[in-house]
Design a protein around this ligand. Structure first.
Ligand code: ADP
Ligand code: F6P
Length: 329
């Protein structure tokens, strides 16, 4: 192993820069040539890359986004795109790649590994939806952003005796909504992993709390709940706020937090996690080991075969949901 490359792919996540920094610094310290590929697999296909040194990653540990830029690259999924990527690896003498991204990016890393370019995946996504990994890079920062934003929403919600329905990201996963909901003291939390009934889980709960004097409410909704809401005749988060207002006569507002959740300076937890994971990825490549995903499990950095990792399933901790429901009444 003489030359390694690093790229960030898919939706960006705070802490990706800290992971890139760890890869570049430890790679250079290990006397490897390190290339930074811009815009994920798009840059790989187009040969858009540059040689990095110890100073290339100065002053990025605290920055959100990714200084390598990111992209979604449909072409890479085609035979032609994959062949182009392999050619570029060969012509640039790339012996291994660290791929920082989500499970889509890991599928690409697996395909490259199968074709003789050893790749190591590092989980970077705010959604926390990588099955083999307890915490993904960016999740903690996004969670803290959600908490801060909902604290602000709570101030104005309380002043006006209103109900605020807050939609958070997560794609098909409810981690951000569940843990953001418990951290922000939401009265109800809707996640795609748990079947819900808007009447029972929101309207009735609000009525119970009103009996004890509660006048303002935060309802947390994962973006992945849209289909389940539609099945109950409700059109998304805005429709849910209208529905709540109709049924309860509590003036209601909807806030879709959106991409504010993806930006910002990473928390200490994300920086440390990213540093450890980036370091492990280089350690694996140094030994010539590819087709692995780095993860954290029970506070230990571990790694898995990509194929096995992609087959794993992760279940949301419903005990947390139960706790949230018992204490937010
Ligand atoms: P994430 O990595 O955050 O899950 P995506 O699912 O958008 O994000 O995947 C990022 C990129 O990884 C895609 O644009 C594509 O280039 C590549 N990719 C995704 N799925 C596959 C696949 N099944 N096979 C090969 N490459 C894939
Ligand atoms: O996967 C990260 C994520 O932010 C999801 O939570 C969200 O559904 C999606 O990406 C948004 O993607 P885009 O930035 O392409 O709108």
């Amino acid at each position: 192993m003489k030359t390694i490359a690093v790229l960030t792919s898919g939706g960006d996540a705070p802490g990706m820069n800290a992971a890139v920094r760890a890869v570049v610094r430890y790679g250079c310290e290990s006397k490897l040539r390190v290339l930074g590929i811009r815009r994920g697999y798009t840059g790989l296909i187009n040969g858009d890359m540059y040689e990095m040194n110890l100073r290339s990653v100065s002053d990025i540990i605290h920055r959100g986004g990714t200084t390598l830029f990111s992209a979604r690259c449909p072409e890479f999924k085609t035979e032609k795109g994959m062949n182009k990527a392999i050619e570029v690896c060969k012509s640039n003498k790339i012996d291994g790649i660290v791929v920082i991204g989500g499970d889509g990016s890991f599928r690409g890393a697996r395909d490259l590994s199968l074709r003789g370019i050893p790749c190591v995946g590092v989980p970077g996504t705010i959604d926390n939806d990588i099955a083999c990994c307890d915490y993904t890079i960016g999740y903690d920062t996004a969670l803290n952003t959600i908490m801060d934003m909902v604290d602000r929403i709570r101030d104005t919600t309380e002043s006006h005796d209103r109900c605020s329905v807050v939609e958070v990201m997560g794609r098909h996963a409810g981690y951000l909504a569940l843990n953001g909901g418990i951290a922000a003291g939401a009265t109800s939390i809707l996640i795609p992993e748990h079947k819900f009934d808007v009447k029972v889980d929101i309207i009735d709960r609000m009525a119970r709390t009103q009996e004890t004097g509660k006048k303002h409410f935060i309802i947390m909704v994962a973006e992945g709940c849209v289909d389940m809401l539609r099945e109950q005749g409700i059109d998304g988060t805005i429709g849910l706020a209208k529905y709540i207002q109709d049924k309860t006569e509590v003036e209601s507002r909807a806030t879709i937090l959106g991409h504010v959740q993806r930006g910002g300076s990473p928390t200490a937890r994300d920086r440390i996690l990213a540093s450890k994971m980036g370091y492990r990825a280089v350690d694996l490549l140094k030994k010539g080991t590819g087709n692995r995903v780095v993860a954290i499990h029970k506070d230990e950095i571990v790694d898995y075969d990509i194929y096995e990792a992609l087959k794993m399933e992760k279940h949301i901790d419903m005990d947390i949901y139960k706790i949230a429901m018992h204490i937010s009444i």
